[in-house]
Structure formats: C-alpha cells, structure tokens
Design a protein around this ligand. Structure first.
Ligand code: MEV
Length: 437
C-alpha cells in the first residue's frame, strides 16, 4: 500500500491532476486529457468554478433543461431543471401542459420560520436554569445586534428563543431553540452566526449568575447549528378539476381519478412505495433546487424528515375526489434562498433566476413545490395507465444510442424503427448492429 500524500491541497491544479491520474488510473494520459476537456475555455469562468470548492480538478456537467408552460398562480413560468435522468423534464413539461389546460397550479405559503439550536449540557436545578435563561434572554438578542441589523431593516431577524429541557431523553441535555425569519436568504450563515453568539453570551453570563451554584455556572456548549428540519417553513401546491375533465383519449376521467387516488393512498400507507413515490417527487424538486443554486442535500434531509413526522414514512402528496372534483396536492418544508450563496456567483444560477423572473424565496418555494407535484402527477398517470417503461425507455433509447456513438442519421432510423416497439437495451443494440451491417 502506498503512503498517504502530504500537502495535496497545496499542489497547483495541474500537479493535482498529474498525481491522481498517475496514482489511480489505468491510462494516466487519457485521464488527464479527459479532465482537461471539461475545463472551460474562459479562464475567469473556470477560476470561479475552481474556487467554489477545494481541490478542484475540473467541472462535472449536468444537463440544464427547460420545462415550459407552467401556469402557477395565474403566471406562466418556464422552469429550469438541472438533472441527469431522462424523462424528468419531458414529464414536467407534459404535466405543465395538462394542468395549464385545466386552470394551472395554485400555491400557498404556510410559514417561513427557520430554526437553529444551541445544544448544551448543564448539571443542576432546572428552575435555576430557567431563571438564568429569563435573565439573559434580552442580552442574547442584544449581543447579536451587529449581526441582525441589516436583516431587521428588511423585516427579518431573530423571532424568538426558548429554553428546551431535553434532560429526560439525554442526561443534562438542554437547548436554546431559536426561530428566525431570513426573508429571501436561505439564511444558513446568518443563523449559524447568531447561534454562535448566543452560545458565547450564554456560557459567559452563566459564570456570573448569582442564582447558580458554582457547579451550575459551568455550562458546556456542545454545538451551535441551524436545523435543516423546517416544518414551519412550508408550502402547499395543488391542482384540481372536475373529474370529467380528466378524460383524455381512451382514458375515462372517473376511472382514472379513482385509480390515481388509490395509487396515492398506497403511498400513504406503504413505506416501500412511499419512498419511490417521493423519489419521483424529488426528481422534480432537486432539479429546480440545483438549477437555482440551492442546497439540495438540506432540502432532501428536511423533506424526508417531514415525510416521516408521524413515525411512519409516508407520501408527500395527497389526492381525493369530492363532489365530482379531483384534488391533488403536496405540502412540503422548503428553506430556499434567492439572494446570497451561489445566487450572485454562479452565472447559470443567475440565469435560472432571471428565467424564473427573479422570484422571492416564497415564490421559489411555490415553483419548486409545483415542480414536485407535476412530476408526481406525470409518474402516477403513467403508472396507473400505460406503465412507466413505455415513455421512459423511449427517452432511454437516445442514451443507449449515444453509448454506441450513433450518428444523427442512425438515431433517426432507429427511433423510427422503435416508434411502435418496446425499447430494450438488447433490441436497440441489435437494431443498430443490423443497420451498421
Ligand atoms: C423514477 O425516477 C421515478 C418513479 O419511480 C417515481 C414513481 O414510481 O412514482 C417513476
């Protein structure tokens, strides 16, 4: 086994590439050339990307597609989606068209509260701790004045701090549980800075608090960090139409609506199905989150925690038929930003936000929720009618053809051959072989 490298981060980019290619690849020259093929010709743009993370070697492309014709709260949007999976953008576009013809999507913001916690250990009387908290709370807020000033000017800031006793679940464990309004910012830096200031003030103040014994004065702060679980920063997106309007071609509206509602009910009660059902929703959500430079890991973590909030993992969407009207909706927590972070830095993110008409964070919450709902509608519509593979494999056809470097004329010929045939990997490969022979 070779020894670990020292000071890798100090090497320049070329040296890093040489090292990794020579140490870990079969054909170092090919690996180096490949990594460099993905560099941007514009040196300034490349440097910008190099500096987003550490030890950057090159760029990793994802396709950016557009799903047009989304009618959301009476406004038409073209939604940018960054995703590698075929069919997702097509499904979004189809669902947009379908619901655009039936009144569009409606959204409602159910809250915008973000959360952060100082986790600490305290050995002593809970009543004394509560008295100390009541005494120090104004100072917790005032010591953050420099941090909160500009957020407060815009109408946001710290909305509350409470003391939470968790010692029943973990010995000596308590929290400062704080809530924030961060407006159009995702707010992670703002929240974490406030929390670290709370922790400092709280710990220092305890050492001089008369109501504590000497032992009680020694509060041990374990960590201060925002929570990505934001059940009070929530959005609802919905569609509805008379069941008759769901009739399309050979599809009977009433039968379709009933089967669709059953499919949703299954996801509500069966976790194995719920996970795949929600994965399809996240196809739509993550693609917009990525395109707009938001943190998809944070959103994923928060959304799945929300899906499991009752103790059983369940569907994020719901559906019903009431008085002849089909209703389909989603409610999800989303902490998003349209200012700060990558939004002013990444040129593609700036463009995506421009395409979305410079949305506020609230408007983006609605757009993202709609994208998830649309994706779920398209998936369930296919699943309860033709099955998912028909549409999916058609899109997959091009991936297979690309794998074999098919030319445009070969692609055209093979796609027309598969117009009314089932696509499978081997069938496509055989057809291409036959064509080439
Ligand atoms: C595939 O990426 C997503 C689906 O499996 C979602 C679903 O089953 O609802 C099609």
């Amino acid at each position: 086994m070779s020894s670990p490298i020292q000071g890798f981060s100090k090497l320049d980019k070329e040296a890093k590439i040489d090292w990794i290619a020579e140490r870990y690849t079969q054909d170092p020259e090919a690996a180096k050339a490949l990594l460099k093929t993905y560099w941007n010709n514009d040196a300034r743009l490349q440097q910008l990307h190099d500096e987003f993370i550490e030890n950057t070697l090159t760029n990793y492309y994802l396709p950016l597609g557009i799903a047009p014709n989304f009618l959301i709260d009476d406004q038409l949007y073209a939604i940018p989606m960054a995703i590698e999976e075929s069919s997702v953008v097509a499904a979004a576009s189809k669902a947009a068209k379908f619901w655009g013809d039936r009144g569009g999507f409606t959204t409602e913001i159910l809250g915008t509260e973000k959360i952060g916690q100082v986790h600490f250990m305290y050995k002593g009387s809970t009543a004394a701790l509560q008295a100390y908290f009541d005494h120090i709370k104004p100072q917790l807020l005032s010591d953050c004045a420099d941090l909160t000033q500009s957020m407060e000017k815009r109408g946001g800031g710290i909305t509350d701090i409470v003391l939470v006793d968790k010692s029943g679940e973990l010995e000596n464990y308590y929290q400062l549980h704080a809530t924030f309004e961060t407006l159009d910012a995702m707010g992670a830096n703002f929240i974490n800075s406030c929390l670290e200031q709370f922790a400092k003030t709280f710990k220092a103040g305890a050492q001089h608090f008369d109501g504590f014994t000497e032992a009680e004065q020694q509060i041990e702060v374990v960590m201060s960090i925002l929570s990505n679980y934001v059940p009070q920063c929530r959005v609802r997106a919905s569609v509805s139409c008379p069941v008759d309007e769901l009739t399309e071609g050979t599809i009977n509206g009433q039968a379709f609506a009933e089967k669709f509602v059953q499919a949703v009910r299954i996801a509500e009660i069966e976790p194995y199905r719920a996970v795949t059902h929600n994965k399809g929703i996240m196809n739509g959500i993550d693609a917009v989150i990525l395109a707009t430079g938001n943190d998809f890991r944070a959103v994923e973590a928060g959304v799945h925690a929300y899906a499991a909030k009752t103790g059983r993992y369940t569907s994020l969407t719901h559906a019903k038929i009431e008085d002849g009207v089909f209703h389909f909706w989603i409610e999800i927590p989303l902490a998003l930003g349209t200012v700060g972070g990558l939004t002013k830095l990444h040129p593609m993110v700036k463009l995506a936000l421009e395409i979305l008409q410079q949305p506020t964070a609230k408007a983006l919450m609605g757009i993202v929720a709609v994208s998830g709902l649309a994706q779920n509608f398209a998936a369930l519509r296919a699943l309860v009618t033709t099955g998912i593979q028909q549409g999916h494999m058609k899109m997959h056809l091009f991936n297979i053809l690309n794998q074999f470097d098919a030319s445009s004329s070969e692609k055209e010929a093979i796609s027309s051959q598969f117009q009314d045939k089932t696509v499978s990997h081997s069938a496509v490969v055989n057809a291409l072989k036959a064509l080439r022979e």
